[in-house]
Write a protein that binds this ligand. Structure first.
Ligand code: NAD
Length: 299
């Protein structure tokens, strides 16, 4: 931030101080715009845009994530409700209850907090939700639109990362990018958004042979593998941009960390996201932005 409160154009520095890509600051700036939309929506519709988060079971980290999501909604003038269902819920009851929630007129967005218990693993989540209320791009319809570059909602984490890059004026056009992780909520949609933005993308995963050969060639690496502090300086080329999606230790006693040993990147990477305070806050912001877009579209 410069003294006028504007984000200065960031020139990627070569070999100098690493730029810390501050997801909290980006989220704070975007929340001001969102608050304006939330207020206009409320004025026009005599109600707040409303997000429902469904949490099944009582996993510690998920409790933290859903609490943060609800608080963030309230901060920008939207409303949020967290439904806590027991881990023993049957698949039939779960499906029935989700249908009842999404039939409510005042519900604009629904988020199913993952992971769900194994007993629900047979449910086709991509067909269960209504795509008009699908705040995290779960439904097959929205996944398809997103893959085709046509979506009006995007998977929250990849969308949040694109917002961070755009905020810091890091253009990925023509860059050689590696995404580590191929999950449907992070790795794959990340590769689609980056491809759409003009990057040349290689999608790596647990079966990739000689992963380091790929990451060492990349101008920008997105690490979303879920392996605590597994990657460090020796895995990235000098001046690479490193985006760390991993979160470990949320809701527990230990310090929260990511997939990357962040402290090794100073003086090596040109820019990187910290954990906490990097991708996490922007995932939440994207969830709110998606919910707002869905609310506006239905209204
Ligand atoms: P996932 O377990 O569904 O997928 C992990 C992927 O990483 C898989 O495709 C797997 O092939 C790959 N992988 C695993 N080990 C690997 C290795 N050693 N080398 C290369 N690839 C490997 O996980 P996910 O839901 O995509 O989440 C990934 C991580 O990101 C987790 O730590 C999760 O907690 C975190 N996460 C953070 C946010 C956020 O807002 N910051 C959001 C979602 C997920």
């Amino acid at each position: 931030l410069n003294t006028a409160g504007e984000f200065a154009m960031v020139k990627l520095n070569r070999g100098e101080t690493m730029i810390i890509l501050d997801g909290r600051a980006v989220a704070q700036q975007r929340s001001a715009d969102l608050a304006v939309r939330a207020q206009a929506f409320e004025k026009k519709n005599a109600r707040k845009a409303h997000l429902v988060v469904i949490l099944v079971g009582d996993s510690g980290p998920s409790q933290v994530y859903v609490r943060n999501k609800a608080k963030a909604c309230e901060r920008v003038g939207m409303s949020a409700e967290t439904l806590r269902w027991p881990a023993e819920i049957s698949a039939e009851t779960f499906v029935e209850q989700v249908r009842q929630v999404q039939a409510k007129k005042n519900v604009d967005g629904i988020l199913l907090q993952l992971p769900l218990p194994d007993s629900l693993s047979k449910i086709d989540l991509g067909s269960l939700l209504d795509s008009a209320k699908d705040a995290d791009c779960f439904t097959w319809a929205n996944v398809g639109r997103q893959a085709a570059g046509l979506g009006h909602v995007q998977a929250c984490t990849p969308q949040g990362i694109m917002s961070i890059l755009s905020h810091y004026k890091i253009s990925v056009e023509g860059l050689n990018v590696v995404v580590v992780g191929r999950s449907l909520i992070v790795g794959r949609p990340m590769s689609w958004l980056l491809t759409e933005a003009g990057a040349t993308v290689t999608l790596c995963h647990s079966r990739t042979k000689n992963l380091r050969e790929f990451t060492l060639r990349a101008d920008l690496v997105v690490v979303a593998a879920g392996k605590a502090r597994h990657w460090g300086r020796a895995d990235f080329k000098k001046d690479a941009v490193v985006i760390d999606v991993g979160i470990h230790g949320a809701g527990g006693e230990q310090k929260i960390c990511g997939d990357v040993r962040f402290e090794e990147l100073e003086g090596w990477a040109s820019a990187a996201t910290p954990v906490p305070g990097g991708v996490g806050p922007m995932t939440i912001m994207s969830l709110l932005e998606n919910t707002m877009s869905l609310a506006e579209a239905r209204a």
